[in-house]
Write a protein that binds this ligand. Structure first.
Ligand code: C2E
Ligand code: CA
Ligand code: CA
Ligand code: CA
Length: 278
């Protein structure tokens, strides 16, 4: 019995090790996926909740494999951020966005498109050169760009981050504080980075329902954002009760499954054309 058990244990352990090895995407696998053009933008609409208008989108990366399967960022983004491949991946996404929606956006200058940045993008000023090179002379104007920087971003080199943010803004882009409320930095410290927009994390939107009269974190983020003159976007909005609460608080925009999930390019393009006819 003991032998049988240890064989069993060895098999279980073997499987566990196999899954652990195979599970997370490796650097080589990401590099191969990039060569094959497997990382593509999906587009989640951003809606103005006081008038219901479509005002832009957030680009959320997906991996589309040859067999047609779609992988979400949880499967690969951490590795890409650790090994720095997120920088060329973001570049690829920017080119794809221009191909997908450049013409639609050129004719609707009020629309914005937001890209997620991470700590790797703040190591040097490559991101500023990338944005300048890729978008100058493209149908998407710099004034239509938003860059989202997560609050979990280590502010080790505060001065450098501040300079890069200022240079992105000098190109005409806006910068948003992503996942607001989840970090420890405090909005006041982040305001000193010169951010334009606060994106309230889904975590704080989730518990809001019809009976909610106050949501302390949302309420204090809103108060701070207002006092700094920053615009606000709520993320992960799934119910009308949440929209009503946020609208009453003066939150400008929302995105979430209530309106639309992240959409493939063709679906987003169709939505733009339908909601903003020329
Ligand atoms: P995030 O920036 O906080 O993006 C919001 C996430 O919430 C997205 O997950 C989106 O699909 C999901 N979401 C939006 N509305 C709802 C809703 O109403 N209900 C629910 N349940 N979920 C909603 P996704 O696409 O899986 O992305 C996860 C994270 O991966 C993002 O979180 C972002 O941090 C990262 N990410 C995605 N694309 C990129 C990228 O191109 N570059 C970088 N650096 N990070 C990215
Ligand atoms: Ca984001
Ligand atoms: Ca150019
Ligand atoms: Ca978030």
């Amino acid at each position: 019995a003991l032998v049988a058990m240890s064989v069993f244990a060895a098999v279980v352990l073997g499987i566990a090790v196999y899954i652990a090895r195979r599970g997370p995407t490796t650097s080589d696998d990401i590099a191969a996926g990039m060569r094959k053009g497997e990382f593509i933008p999906y587009y989640q609409p951003v809606i103005n909740i006081s008038n219901g208008r479509l005002e832009g989108c957030e680009v959320l990366v997906r991996r589309r494999r040859r067999d047609g399967s779609i992988e979400v960022p949880a499967a690969f983004i951490a590795q890409a951020e650790i090994d720095g491949q997120i920088v060329p991946m973001t570049r690829q996404l920017m080119h794809s966005v221009i191909n997908d929606v450049g013409e639609l956006y050129a004719r609707r200058p009020q629309l914005t498109v937001a890209f997620n940045l991470c700590a790797q993008h703040f190591r040097d000023d490559e991101i500023v050169r990338d944005v300048d090179e890729i978008f100058s002379g493209s149908p998407i104007r710099p004034s239509q760009l938003v860059f989202e920087v997560t609050e979990r971003f280590p502010l080790a080199d505060f001065t450098k981050a501040k300079t890069i943010i200022a240079r992105l803004q000098a190109l005409g882009a806006k910068v948003a504080l992503d996942d607001a409320g989840t970090g420890h930095s405090g909005l006041a410290a982040l305001h000193r980075l010169g951010m334009d927009i606060v994106k309230i994390d889904k975590l704080f939107i989730d518990p809001i329902d019809a009976s909610t009269t106050q949501a302390p974190i949302v309420d204090s983020l809103v108060a701070l954002a207002k006092s700094f003159g920053m615009a606000m976007v709520a993320e992960g909005v799934e119910t009308l009760d949440q929209v009503n609460y946020l609208r009453a608080k003066g939150v400008d925009q929302a995105q979430g499954y209530l309106f639309a999930p992240p959409l493939p390019a063709a679906s987003f393009a169709a939505l733009v054309a339908a909601m903003i006819p020329l």
